[in-house]
Design a binder for this molecule. Structure first.
Ligand code: C2E
Ligand code: CA
Ligand code: CA
Length: 776
């Protein structure tokens, strides 16, 4: 059973009595004016109704008393009393109770006193007044239960007394009803009071606990890596912490009351956030990018939040956690970037290019043509081998930049350029438009020219170039795949036709290209299948006419094609890197051959720039010397000017190592490159080989004679031997002799032939015959 006390009273925790009392009084003061006005109105009405029927003196005294009590109550409500009461609310309550009893007694005087003698109409009026007062008191004094009870009891009893005094049956019935409703209202006032106290105590509890929570949260805020946030019902930030604010380069004062959603960049996620907040839905891990204050500011936040359940005390509607996911986002972006862009050049990669090509195909309108250019760097492998990978990489970067710059040049026109690096030294350019073909032709020609200009990379001057294959859709291919493979064929054709050029695809080109592909494929197995041969060409002393040595020249004995000349396979071997193992075989074979000769003639071997860069070169030469046991002075290496043009220092260092071994170094094809006499000064060559082109025109061209004369003169001064290549006629020989040339080589003395051909070199240990080649 619930006791009466429990039904109407609440246990107020110790120490909170004054706080509760203050709240009760405060609540009463809020409706104090209504209560006073109500009483004044009642008094005025009673005065008006009874004026004339009750002696005016009595009515006046009664009214004055009523007004005085109202003023008294008003005064209690005024600041002075209130302030004083805050410290001692019990006193204030007592004053209010005293006043209430006064008001009730005065009202009862009117009711009980005026009632019995009043007319029936006036009695009805008084009954209405009484019930109104009781009902109003039940409401206005619910926070002052004792006052409410006293008021209701006094008025009800007074009114019943007045009713009973009339002695009528109706009055008796009225009194019973009045008594019952008085009791009911009394109870209601007590219940209302209890509910009020319960509510304020609960609010207080919640307030305290949310304060505690906030303290804990602040602690978390200050020490954790994440931030907490609170929003009100309109999504504005509340209770912003210092740390949170500093993450936004702001201060709490500026952020409090500002929209949370507006912190972020516009995005579908931002819309989601707005929706969640608007519909008070919990959400997790929403990735949002902060509004960028500066371009360097790329912060991403992961936001989780849920609606707050705070009751009516707090305006916090949402509470959540933020973690900074900028690092993850950056990593993600990097991965995405790496998937689509080439890290070296920053250009789109093959994947992005392929996607773009397919998209352009699928979106192509009938009158639009697509141009695909495949761009290949000439002799990139040589650059890489000569200067090393860091320079090779930097060179490719320059190449990419130059292609992109050229493509961007608005004068060349064309739309929708895409420049991509497909991998290695392969680039591609895509463009589309109605009359794009003319632009493409101009651009291809310009690219070939531009790329042939020297590149300065890490202090090295690199002379390179590009070969370009062009294919146009739909003319050269109805599908992305076909277009690509036809551009590829055109590219191979351009390379085959001597590089540093562009070719537009034409039907039939593929036959030539397939031949090259086949050579490349077969060359890979040539060494293993023992298909390489060395031919030897005599090198002849001009004065004596003696063959002092031989140049070893490579041949490829192809099972189907027959004898393949070096110009048809050495460039492919250089490009594919096959020249390194092939070159090793050539060095060993040449030395082994020379070792078999009975007289110590020299043996010259051609060395590609690629080989010179190979770390295997020195060990190969040394071990071949050891195996063959020939005098290093009999071994000669022929290098071309290109070795001195590119990465001169590193190459010269290797040449010096070889020279130190006693090996002779010859400068081959002199005059074909940049024909600079300066090259003669870069290294103490043992021999200068004047290119065949000068010798061929020796008789007909004065300038050729002048150049040859100058080279021979300078070489002699420097103590270098001179050898003229490609001597086919007596007249050429005579001319060279008169210029002071020391050695000659050419068909006049003998073509490059298999070793057996020059029989006198064969070892004859018993009686070595000294056979000299036919003297011209
Ligand atoms: P090269 O080093 O200038 O070799 C001389 C070329 O001129 C040889 O052509 C030779 O047969 C040719 N020749 C010699 N005398 C005459 C002549 O009187 N008239 C004419 N018209 N030609 C003459 P080959 O053997 O076809 O070699 C061509 C090039 O291939 C060589 O030019 C050389 O650069 C390269 N090569 C040949 N063998 C090797 C090798 O083993 N290694 C490397 N790296 N390159 C090689
Ligand atoms: Ca040579
Ligand atoms: Ca030569």
């Amino acid at each position: 059973m619930v006791s009466k006390r429990e039904r109407f009273y609440v246990d107020i925790p110790a120490g909170l009595e004054d706080w509760v009392a203050n709240r009760l009084v405060g609540a009463h003061f809020r409706i104090l004016n209504a209560l006073i006005l109500g009483h004044l109105l009642n008094a005025a009405m009673i005065f008006a109704v009874f004026y004339g029927s009750v002696p005016t003196g009595q009515l006046g005294m009664w009214s004055t008393g009523m007004i005085a009590l109202c003023i008294h109550r008003y005064m209690i409500g005024q600041g002075q009393h209130r302030k004083a009461g805050r410290k001692n609310p019990a006193k204030l309550i007592a004053a209010l109770e005293f006043n209430t009893v006064g008001l009730a007694l005065f009202a009862v005087i009117a009711l009980a006193w005026f009632f019995p003698g009043a007319t029936a109409l006036r009695q009805i009026f008084l009954t209405i007044v009484a019930t109104t007062l009781i009902a109003a008191a039940g409401y206005t004094m619910r926070t002052l239960p004792r006052a409410a009870l006293a008021y209701i009891t006094i008025i009800t009893s007074g009114m019943i007394w007045g009713l009973l005094k009339t002695g009528s049956l109706q009055a008796l019935a009225g009194s019973i009803l009045l008594g019952a409703s008085g009791m009911l209202l009394g109870r209601m006032a007590l219940v209302a009071h209890k509910l009020f106290v319960v509510r304020i105590l609960r609010e207080r509890e919640l307030h305290t606990s949310s304060e505690t929570v906030r303290m804990l949260l602040n602690d978390f805020e200050d020490h954790g890596s994440d931030w907490l946030f609170e929003l009100n019902d309109t999504g504005m930030m509340m209770h912003v912490s210092e740390r949170f604010a500093s993450a936004l380069h702001s201060v709490p004062e500026d952020l409090n009351g500002r929209s949370f959603v507006d912190l972020f960049e516009k995005s579908p996620e931002q819309d989601q956030l707005r929706d969640h907040l608007g519909q008070r839905r919990a959400f997790r891990g929403l990735a949002l990018q902060l509004q960028q204050k500066s371009s360097s500011d790329r912060s991403w936040w992961s936001v989780s939040a849920r609606p707050a359940h705070n009751g009516s005390i707090s305006t916090v509607q949402f509470r959540g956690v933020i973690s900074d996911i900028s690092a993850e986002k950056q990593a993600e972006a990097r991965v995405r970037y790496m998937a689509h862009y080439d890290s070296l050049t920053g250009l789109p990669n093959r994947m992005m290019f392929t996607t773009a090509l397919h998209r352009m195909f699928s979106e192509r309108q009938d009158d639009v043509r697509l141009v695909l250019m495949l761009i290949d760097v000439d002799h990139f492998k040589a650059v890489n081998d000569m200067y090393g990978h860091p320079v090779g990489d930097a060179f490719l970067k320059h190449v990419g930049e130059r292609i992109a710059t050229c493509a961007k040049d608005s004068q060349l026109g064309g739309e929708a350029h895409l420049v991509a690096r497909l991998g290695g030294d392969e680039f591609a350019l895509l463009m589309g438009g109605e009359d794009v073909v003319d632009h493409a032709i101009r651009l291809a020609a310009r690219l070939v020219d531009d790329m042939a200009q020297p590149f300065i990379v890490n202090g090295h001057e690199i002379n390179s170039g590009v070969s370009i294959g062009v294919a146009i859709a739909p003319d050269h291919g109805q599908s992305a795949q076909l277009l690509q493979s036809n551009a590829d064929i055109a590219l191979y054709y351009a390379k085959d036709s001597g590089r540093k050029r562009w070719e537009m695809f034409e039907p039939g080109m593929d036959v030539a290209v397939q031949k090259r592909h086949a050579i490349e494929r077969d060359l890979r197995s040539a060494l293993g299948n023992d298909e390489l041969r060395l031919y030897f060409q005599p090198l002849v002393n001009v004065e004596t006419g003696d063959t002092t040595g031989y140049e070893a020249l490579a041949r490829w004995q192809h099972p189907v094609r027959g004898l393949v000349m070096p110009n048809d396979f050495i460039p492919i071997a250089e490009e594919t890197g096959l020249i390194v193992p092939m070159g090793e075989w050539i060095i060993r074979t040449a030395m082994a051959e020379a070792a078999s000769w009975h007289d110590p003639k020299t043996i010259a071997v051609n060395l590609s720039p690629v080989q010179l860069r190979s770390p295997n070169l020195l060990p190969t030469v040394i071990s071949a010397l050891a195996e063959s046991q020939i005098d290093p002075a009999r071994f000669e290496i022929e290098i071309t000017e290109s070795v001195l043009m590119n990465d001169c220092e590193a190459n010269i260092a290797i040449l010096n190592r070889l020279h130190d071994l006693g090996i002779k170094i010859a400068l081959d094809d002199f005059g074909t490159g940049y024909a600079s006499l300066n090259y003669l000064l870069t290294f103490p060559f043992d021999k200068i080989k004047i290119d065949r082109s000068f010798v061929t025109d020796l008789e007909s061209r004065e300038d050729c004679r002048a150049i040859v004369g100058a080279v021979i003169g300078l070489a002699n001064k420097l103590g270098m031997c001179t050898l003229a290549e490609g001597v086919e006629h007596e007249a050429q020989l005579e001319q060279l002799r008169s210029e002071g040339c020391s050695m000659v080589q050419g068909w006049l003395f003998g073509k490059a032939m298999p070793a057996e051909h020059y029989a006198e070199r064969r070892t004859d240990k018993i009686a070595p015959p000294v056979v000299k080649p036919a003297k011209p």
